[in-house]
Design a protein around this ligand. Structure first.
Ligand SMILES: NC(=O)c1ccc[n+]([C@@H]2O[C@H](COP(=O)([O-])OP(=O)(O)OC[C@H]3O[C@@H](n4cnc5c(N)ncnc54)[C@H](O)[C@@H]3O)[C@@H](O)[C@H]2O)c1
Length: 258
């Protein structure tokens, strides 16, 4: 039988779905048969997708949104921010703001969902972590700490919720072209050396992350829980970079062989 990833009759929630990775994921789930709810502080006008506007740091507002949505089959916990600052200049405000949405909010969302999914003995959640969950990219100490913290949530939740038929996984994107990274993509001086170190020689598209999220969320991944999947063009596989000693050129935003 051919492999098919479908979400027919499934209720799917995507946090931070107003743009970038979340919006591509919402559209993909919708196109694969799901009823999709986007929860974001920004309203979305997307056919066949319900948009609920809230501050995702507000636990009460999130619980109310879940009451409205009803039983959730799939939750993609994706909202996040990134505010670069040098380690010794990082303010408590930056630290707290980043952890509030990237880590604490994800915990409270996952907890609310777990309580409800446990009653039905089924469900699947996917967290948007990052390659920065594993590395120490400079000037991003609060972001890196928040994304590393997600791995603790991932492993513990997979462990405690597995017996109830609930799977929890994560994607770890590399540099993906979204509003969050628009300034980086606009600066060739930055992306040229960055992509030189990536086996695939280019940045990623939101849909390429959405595809991995949909796979992990779906029944096709029925024996996968507690894992994190890099969607990073091979970034985490290299040590000394990729393209430096090859006959190559940088063209159209990516490295190619000459
Ligand atoms: N773009 C990348 O290169 C990249 C790489 C690794 C991980 N990520 C992660 O992917 C996720 C999505 O990022 P993206 O690149 O699509 O960025 P994005 O800025 O397009 O999307 C983030 C969304 O989260 C929403 N959001 C943020 N704080 C909120 C709050 N308090 N309440 C409600 N909504 C809130 C924003 O409105 C936005 O729609 C983030 O968790 C990010 O850390 C992105």
């Amino acid at each position: 039988m051919p492999m098919e990833i479908r979400f027919d009759q499934m209720n799917c929630v995507v946090t931070g779905g107003a743009g970038g990775i979340g919006l591509e994921t919402a559209k993909l789930l919708r196109d694969s048969g799901a009823k999709v709810w986007i929860l974001d502080r920004v309203a979305v006008s997307e056919p066949g997708v319900e948009s609920l506007v809230l501050d995702l740091r507000d636990d009460e507002a999130f619980a109310k949104a879940l009451d409205r949505i009803g039983a959730v089959d799939v939750a993609v916990l994706n909202a996040g921010i990134c505010r670069p600052q040098k380690l010794e200049e990082t303010t408590r405000e930056n630290w707290q703001a980043t952890l509030d949405i990237n880590l604490s909010a994800v915990f409270f969302h996952l907890k609310e969902l777990a309580i409800r999914m446990k009653q039905r003995r089924k469900g699947s959640m996917v967290l948007t972590a990052s390659t920065n969950s594993f590395d120490g990219e400079a000037d991003l100490i609060s972001y890196n700490a928040s994304k590393a913290g997600l791995l603790g949530i991932l492993h513990t939740a997979a462990n405690e919720l597995g017996p109830y038929g609930i799977r929890v996984n994560a994607v770890c994107p590399g540099l993906i072209e979204t509003a969050l990274t628009a300034s980086a993509f606009a600066d060739e001086r930055l992306i040229k050396p960055y992509f030189e170190a990536l086996p695939l020689g280019r940045g990623g598209k939101p849909l390429e992350v959405a595809n991995a999220i949909a796979f992990l969320a779906s029944d096709v991944a029925s024996y996968i829980t507690g894992t994190s999947v890099f969607v990073d063009g091979g970034q985490m596989a290299t040590k000394f970079g990729t393209w430096g000693n090859l006959e190559s050129r940088f063209e159209g935003g990516k490295w190619c062989l000459s």
